[in-house]
Design a protein around this ligand. Structure first.
Ligand code: DAH
Length: 349
């Protein structure tokens, strides 16, 4: 094919091209490996010597012509395609938006945060411990040796033989904290965390529940320090007129041990359904740390003493927020979660 014919065809092709894809095909048709302009190069050998130069120049001119026209068309087509895209994707900002339904903070979490804040203001650190625990920390170093009947009360999930378990209480964090403290005082920690027992789930039991453990070790610490501390937290959570009562109890790791009752915030002690007509509600177990526990964890009981306590977090939240079934804390039903937040979320649906 003659150079002129190719040039003509090329110009016609370029004039009628209407999109980038077709334009690219033209580039292949003319400048590709086997393109019509490219092929002209191989024809040069058939051209008589004296015409070679002129032929070569013409081929170059055609190539340049193709390239410049191609570039112009490409820029124009790209612009057109962009404009089309922008027009078709225009966003109507006057349309109403899709409503997003919001959740609410879990009420148990909120209660724990409130307790943490009160204790932090009294100089306590919030610490953590493992949920997969060693028997040694969960029982033995808390004065509950293997085979001791006290273990039966805490129907434990064992994971590996007799040594590894899901902690049945947060009390092992007491031991861990003291071991880590290496005899340093004061020890002042609270540890909110998950605990596990082989209980059937019902309104007041759950195989997984939460406790808030507390431990203080220092010089000359007595039961009255414990009383004062519990009094602060209880008044903060349930109101300034809440009274506390300490009943003798028994735990392996405290001596003496107590159970703490608060005056019923609902009937102010007169007796009602909430307190089962006793006027009192039990909120935690506590006591003065047993000398053996101190000793096993590296604190000389002749020098140091301490108190410890353990709140049931769900129990506190149930009392505070008037909830009669602890399973709702672990429910993901938004209608119930929102209910907890009383009002704050009303605008969202
Ligand atoms: N760990 C006990 C339980 O799960 C609760 C408890 C009682 C914790 C007395 C304490 C304590 O720290 O001093 O029943």
């Amino acid at each position: 094919m003659k150079v002129e014919e190719i040039t003509k065809e090329m110009q016609e092709d370029l004039q009628s091209v209407s999109n980038l894809k077709a334009l690219n095909e033209l580039r292949i048709k003319y400048l590709g490996k086997k393109g019509m302009i490219t092929e002209l190069n191989s024809e040069i050998k058939n051209v008589p010597n004296e015409e070679k130069k002129a032929f070569g120049q013409r081929v170059n001119e055609v190539r340049t012509l193709f390239q410049t026209t191609y570039d112009e068309i490409k820029t124009r087509l790209e612009e057109e395609e962009l404009n089309q895209k922008l027009a078709s994707e225009a966003i109507d900002i006057s349309l109403p938006s899709t409503k997003v339904s919001m959740g609410a903070p879990n009420i148990l979490e909120k209660l724990i945060e409130e307790v943490e804040e009160v204790f932090m203001s009294m100089g306590y650190d919030v610490v953590d411990g493992p949920e997969i625990e060693e028997d040694k920390y969960n029982f033995e170093m808390l004065n509950i040796p293997k085979g001791h009947p006290a273990r039966d009360a805490q129907d434990t999930f064992y994971l590996e033989g007799e040594e590894i378990l899901l902690r049945s209480q947060t009390s092992p964090v007491q031991v861990r904290t003291m071991l880590k403290g290496k005899g340093k005082v004061p020890v002042r920690v609270i540890c909110p965390g998950k605990t596990y027992r082989r209980d059937d789930d019902d309104a007041t039991h759950s195989h997984q529940f939460m406790q808030i453990e507390g431990l203080l070790v220092d010089k000359d610490i007595s039961l009255s320090d414990l009383k004062g501390t519990i009094d602060v937290i209880v008044k903060k959570l349930f109101g300034a007129d809440t009274k506390t009562r300490f009943r003798p109890s028994y735990y392996q790791f405290t001596e003496p041990s107590v159970e703490v009752d608060i005056s019923c915030f609902n009937c102010k002690g007169k007796g009602c359904n909430v307190c089962k007509h006793t006027g009192w509600l039990t909120v935690c177990g506590a006591g003065v740390v047993h000398p053996d526990v101190l000793r096993m964890s590296g604190y000389d009981p002749e020098v140091w003493s301490g108190f410890a306590f353990g709140f049931g977090a769900e129990r506190l939240a149930m009392l505070k927020y008037d909830i009669d079934d602890l399973r709702v804390f672990y429910n993901t039903d938004l209608r119930e979660v929102k209910n907890f937040d009383r009002g704050e979320l009303e605008n969202n649906d």
